[in-house]
Design a protein around this ligand. Structure first.
Ligand SMILES: C[S@@+](CC[C@H](N)C(=O)[O-])C[C@H]1O[C@@H](n2cnc3c(N)ncnc32)[C@H](O)[C@@H]1O
Length: 252
């Protein structure tokens, strides 16, 4: 389990250092990081509008996700949002604008190098109502019932124990709080070789679970009104079939 977290942290530390050096270098190619070492890339599928990106002045290459959870979440002024695995901060900064005035957006990430990029992007975007916290999504550094909406973009698949993460999401949500994320799911059983590969785990592939299992984990954590909508499917030779998905649920 710790070797998974080490592999994930190493990959995203490396990505963050690349971003810090050449912030826009990947823009033409989608800037994907969730990928196999052979180069099959997962990306956010141009899910962000040009206007909203312009408003925060952040290059789309800052997204290492597989969708745009800020659209799914239907955010309102005054709300508190938490992004699990906030990366370079794009979804936090977009959310912060949507919950303004009166609201606040938090991002939690375990990778120091990524937190540094996110905080630099925040300064560039001049967004005051956002905070990037160091921590893991297995032990979120926020109190019980302190958040209205949880978003996340291509991160929960990276966790070795999804049940722990989803229980933690439930804990920090207020009653009635929404869970609205983008993630990868498995459409068929992945090969056992693929599941052993740490590069495929860090690349958002080997840690994917089937839709039915995701629903089961959410219900097991206490969520209701669970829905999963797959968007783009990918067949990876020798690995299996996966898809990006939008996943919603609610804390009763
Ligand atoms: C695929 S990137 C996605 C980043 C961001 N959500 C986006 O859409 O650009 C995964 C991010 O999640 C962070 N991460 C992965 N596992 C984590 C964990 N268990 N706890 C905290 N952060 C984690 C990584 O450091 C990385 O920044």
């Amino acid at each position: 389990m710790s070797e998974i977290i080490d592999a994930v942290r190493a990959r995203y530390a490396d990505k963050a250092l690349q971003m810090a050096k050449t912030p826009t270098a990947d823009a033409c190619c989608g800037g994907a990081s969730c990928a196999t070492d052979e180069g099959s890339a997962i990306d956010s599928g141009n899910a962000y509008g040009a206007d909203e990106l312009k408003a925060v002045g952040i290059d789309p290459a800052a997204s290492l996700g597989c969708g745009n959870p800020t659209l799914l979440a239907d955010l309102h002024p005054g709300e508190t949002v938490l992004d699990l695995g906030s990366g370079a901060g794009l979804d936090v900064l977009l959310s912060a604008r949507r919950v303004s005035p009166g609201g606040h957006a938090y991002g939690v990430d375990m990778t120091d190098e990524m937190l540094a990029v996110a905080r630099a992007n925040q300064q560039k975007a001049k967004v005051g109502n956002a905070t990037f916290l160091k921590g893991t999504i297995e032990a979120v550094p926020l109190p019980d019932a302190s958040v209205d909406v949880i978003i996340s973009n291509c991160v929960i698949n990276l966790a070795a124990d999804k049940a722990v993460v989803l229980r933690e999401a439930y804990r920090v949500l207020r009653p009635g709080g929404r869970f609205a994320i983008a993630d990868m799911v498995a459409l068929e059983e992945l090969t056992s070789e693929a599941k052993q590969r740490l590069d495929l785990w860090a690349g958002c592939i080997a840690g994917t679970i089937p839709r039915e299992a995701y629903v089961g984990e959410l219900v097991g954590a206490g969520f209701v009104d669970v829905g999963i909508e797959t968007t783009r499917e990918m067949g990876l030779p020798g690995v299996g079939k996966i898809a990006s998905a939008y996943i919603r649920a609610r804390k009763p």
